[in-house]
Design a protein around this ligand. Structure first.
Ligand code: 13P
Ligand code: SF4
Length: 326
């Protein structure tokens, strides 16, 4: 028997034709949203795919900084975001005026540096940056784009920055931000799971702190993790230290494996509350009413240039994707 959700999905597919929309969804969206998207991906893939959309409307199922990125990289499109209050703790951790003051202080002290900014940041912060990175191209940018005679100010994710220091050997000045989801995986529960499943593999996102990464067999951004799991044919149990909705992709694509989410210290599922703001109902309503829409802001002009030169040249080196200890 069709359910209410089936009815809403059917309405969305109908509206898609009517308004000429392409639905992009991040791997951290609920499975029911990923299932009806035209394109699913991590931050890097979605940013690049947004430039290729040929319908007049992009419905972006993700958080605000991702929808803004899509708008900046394809300004002619109407970009709809089902809930504009879908933020990100990393964005909140780096107010642009605070960053500008810090950069000024470094300059006054004669420091020669470039600012490398994680895409999980506001457009104003992007406009203050030399490079924008995602977990998928960060290593390439740090290794190959930032001149060797410059220091690196890495903002806002201290954990990704620390991990990049370790794999590239480049020292960085780290901002004090973190992802509220990846920061609170329980090491205690992870160790218990590893004991219970001694043949399992632990895969972890580099937004996790060192105490989780040191237990990981594989560290990589979302897309890199999917590739890693897909390359393993032997049925394996994976302990997954990233946002749990990613397991929907893994379960749908690679059914030979078993996936167990690593619990958080406060909440067993450790889902991102910002990503969870998008629902099928809100997707339908934004398509029906043509809003909320991402409106061009003055800072987009500069941020767009930094984004385009950082993300739209395919990296020469592979994405951040190292078995731990490499
Ligand atoms: P990626 O999409 O680069 O894996 O980043 C994960 C994330 O936390 C997005 O908000
Ligand atoms: Fe931000 Fe973390 Fe949520 Fe990604 S998972 S949107 S980094 S709070």
């Amino acid at each position: 028997m069709p359910t209410v959700l089936d009815d809403i999905s059917a309405e969305i597919l109908d509206l898609k034709q009517k308004i000429g929309a392409t639905i992009l969804a991040h791997y951290y969206q609920e499975g029911e949203i990923q299932a009806l998207a035209d394109i699913t991906g991590d931050s890097l893939k979605l940013a690049r795919e947004a430039t290729k959309v040929d319908t007049p409307v992009i419905v972006f199922c993700g958080v605000l900084f991702m929808a803004e990125t899509a708008k900046m990289l394809n300004p002619a499109k109407t970009v709809l975001l089902p809930d504009t209050s879908a933020g990100c703790s990393l964005v909140d951790s780096c107010p642009p005026d605070k960053l500008a003051r810090y950069q000024e202080m470094l300059r006054e002290n004669g420091r020669k540096f470039q600012t490398v900014t994680y895409i999980n940041s506001s457009a104003k912060v992007k406009a203050l940056s030399d490079w924008i990175v995602t977990s998928g191209n960060a290593e390439d940018v740090v290794r190959n784009k930032v001149p060797a005679d410059h220091e690196i100010l890495f903002v806002p994710d201290q954990h990704l920055g620390r991990y990049l220091q370790e794999v590239t050997g480049r020292q960085m000045i780290l901002w004090n931000g973190s992802c509220m989801v990846h920061e609170i995986f329980s090491v205690h529960d992870l160790v218990k799971l590893k004991r219970k499943y001694p043949d399992s593999q632990t895969i972890a996102h580099p937004e996790c702190p060192k105490n989780i990464l040191e237990h990981a067999d594989y560290i990589g951004g979302t897309e890199a993790m999917i590739k890693h799991v897909g390359a393993i044919g032997t049925p394996t149990t994976f302990l997954v230290a990233t946002e749990p909705n990613m397991m929907w992709q893994l379960e749908s694509r690679f059914k030979q494996h078993k996936y167990i989410g690593v619990p958080g210290i406060t909440c067993a599922c450790n889902a991102c509350p910002h990503m969870a703001k998008n629902t099928l109902e809100k997707i339908r309503d934004c398509m029906k009413h043509g809003k909320p829409e991402i409106i061009w802001q003055p800072e987009f002009d500069k941020a767009k240039e930094v984004l385009a030169r950082s993300l739209l040249n395919p990296p020469v080196a592979p994405a951040v994707s190292h078995p731990h200890g490499d």
